[in-house]
Design a protein around this ligand. Structure first.
Ligand code: ADP
Ligand code: MG
Length: 363
C-alpha cells in the first residue's frame, strides 16, 4: 500500500492560473495540511491534525468556540474509529464479524442501514460485505497478493447482502451465512465528517472545514461570508489539480484507484473492488467526486459510482439528481460535471456537463 504524502509545498507549484496556495482552503490529498506543526491556533482560527482511521485528518474551525469544538471532534473521531475499525480486534465491527450477530450501537446501526440502502439503490455496486474479498487481496493486513479467480468466485458468495438481516427497531443485525464479514470502509469517513459538522454546530461554531484523508466537509461559509474553495486532486499524482469547487455546507468526497494500491509485475491493484468480479474495479473512471449535504451518502456514492463506470453513473445521477452532484474523470482524462455544480466548479479541463435530460455539452 502506498499513500502519497506530499508536503504542503506543492501549493506553490499550482499549474493553472487563478489558483494559488492562498486561495484554496482545502486540497483533496491524503496529507496533513501543515507538516510538522500539529496545532495552529490564532485568536479566531483553530487547526488540528490527527492520524486516525488509517489516514491523515485536518480539522479547522473558526470563532470563540473553535478550540473546544475541535477537541470534541477529535474525541468523536477516536470513538467512531474504535466502533468501526476492522483493524481493531475489539471494535464493534470486528465483534460482529466474529460472532455473526450483534445488537449495534446507534452510530453503527445508522451506517449499516445506510450501507444496505445504498446496496439496494446502486444495484449492488456499493457492497458493505466486501471484507472477505479485501482480506484475500491483502488489503486488511497489507500482505498483498493476487488471489486465484476460483478463490474469488468462492468468496463472492459471501458478499450477498440480501442475506444480511437488519432490524432497525432493535438495531439487531445477523449475517446470514457463516464466513460473511462486514467492511464499512467505503462509507465510515463520510459518516464521521457529517458527525463532526454536528459537533461543530453543537459547540456554536458556524464556520469550519474538515478533511479526512482528502474527504472534505464544510460547515457554513468562510468567516468572511465567502464560499470554501476545495481543490480536487489530479489522480495522476502530479501536483496540479483537476479543478476547484466553491461550496458551503457540503461534503466533497472523492474515490479513486490511486488512493490505496499495490503493484505487482508492473500492474497496480487498487482497493475499490467490483462486487460482481472480486477484482479491483476497472470501470474506465479514474476518480469520482460526490458533492452532497449528506457526508454518509457522498462517501457511499463515490465508491459506488466509481464501480459503476461512466454511463451507469450518469444514469444514476439523472435518476437521483436531487440527492447529490458529481464530478467524474475518465481514464482518458475526460471530465464530466453534473449541472447542479457547473457554476461552482472551475477547471483547466474542458468540461462535459451532464444534464437531467441526458444532454451532454462540451464547454
Ligand atoms: P477511501 O476510503 O480511500 O476514501 P472509498 O470511500 O472509495 O475510498 O472506500 C474504499 C473502501 O471501501 C475500501 O478500502 C474497502 O474498505 C471498501 N470497499 C471496497 N470496495 C467496495 C465496494 N464495492 N462497496 C463498498 N465498499 C467497498
Ligand atoms: Mg466511499
Amino acid at each position: 500500500m502506498r499513500k502519497k504524502i506530499i508536503l504542503i509545498l506543492i501549493f506553490t507549484s499550482m499549474l493553472f492560473s487563478g489558483c494559488t496556495k492562498s486561495d484554496v482552503d482545502q486540497f483533496m490529498r491524503n496529507e496533513p495540511s501543515s507538516v510538522g506543526n500539529n496545532n495552529i491556533t490564532t485568536s479566531e482560527k483553530v487547526v488540528k491534525n490527527v492520524f486516525a482511521m488509517d489516514t491523515y485528518m485536518t480539522l479547522t474551525a473558526y470563532g470563540n468556540h473553535a478550540e473546544n469544538a475541535t477537541k470534541a471532534a477529535i474525541a468523536e473521531i477516536e470513538r467512531l474509529d474504535s466502533l468501526l475499525s476492522i483493524g481493531k480486534e475489539e471494535s464493534e465491527i470486528s465483534c460482529l464479524n466474529k460472532t455473526g450477530n450483534l445488537i449495534l450501537s446507534e452510530d453503527t446501526a445508522y451506517i449499516m442501514e445506510s450501507a444496505l440502502t445504498l446496496y439496494e439503490q446502486t444495484d449492488g455496486a456499493f457492497n458493505p460485505a466486501m471484507y472477505p474479498i479485501m482480506e484475500a487481496w491483502g488489503f486488511t493486513s497489507q500482505n498483498y497478493r493476487i488471489p486465484e479467480k476460483a478463490e474469488l468466485q468462492q468468496l463472492l458468495k459471501l458478499t450477498d447482502c440480501d442475506k444480511i438481516h437488519f432490524h432497525s427497531e432493535d438495531k439487531k443485525v445477523e449475517l446470514g451465512m457463516s464466513g460473511m464479514m462486514i467492511d464499512l470502509g467505503g462509507i465510515a469517513k463520510g459518516y464521521t465528517s457529517s458527525k463532526l459538522m454536528d459537533i461543530f454546530s453543537d459547540y456554536g461554531v458556524t464556520s469550519g472545514i474538515v478533511s479526512l484523508g482528502g474527504n472534505v466537509q464544510t460547515l457554513g461559509s468562510k468567516p468572511d461570508g465567502s464560499s470554501w474553495r476545495v481543490a480536487l486532486q489530479n489522480p495522476d499524482g502530479s501536483n496540479d489539480y483537476i479543478g476547484v469547487l466553491e461550496i458551503c455546507d457540503k461534503a466533497v468526497i472523492t474515490s479513486g484507484g490511486y488512493e490505496r494500491y499495490f503493484e505487482q509485475d508492473g500492474k497496480s491493484y487498487h482497493h475499490i473492488i467490483d462486487p460482481f468480479t472480486g477484482y479491483p474495479a476497472e470501470s474506465g473512471l479514474k476518480s469520482v467526486t460526490i458533492v452532497s449535504a449528506d457526508g454518509t451518502l457522498a462517501d457511499g456514492l463515490s465508491t459506488a459510482l466509481f464501480v459503476m463506470g461512466l454511463s451507469k453513473a450518469i444514469s444514476f445521477w439523472q435518476e437521483n439528481s436531487d440527492m447529490f452532484d458529481a464530478i467524474l474523470l475518465t481514464d482518458d482524462d475526460v471530465l464530466y460535471v453534473t449541472e447542479g455544480i457547473q457554476k461552482l466548479f472551475s477547471s483547466p479541463y474542458k468540461q462535459n456537463i451532464i444534464t437531467k435530460e441526458n444532454i451532454i455539452n462540451d464547454k
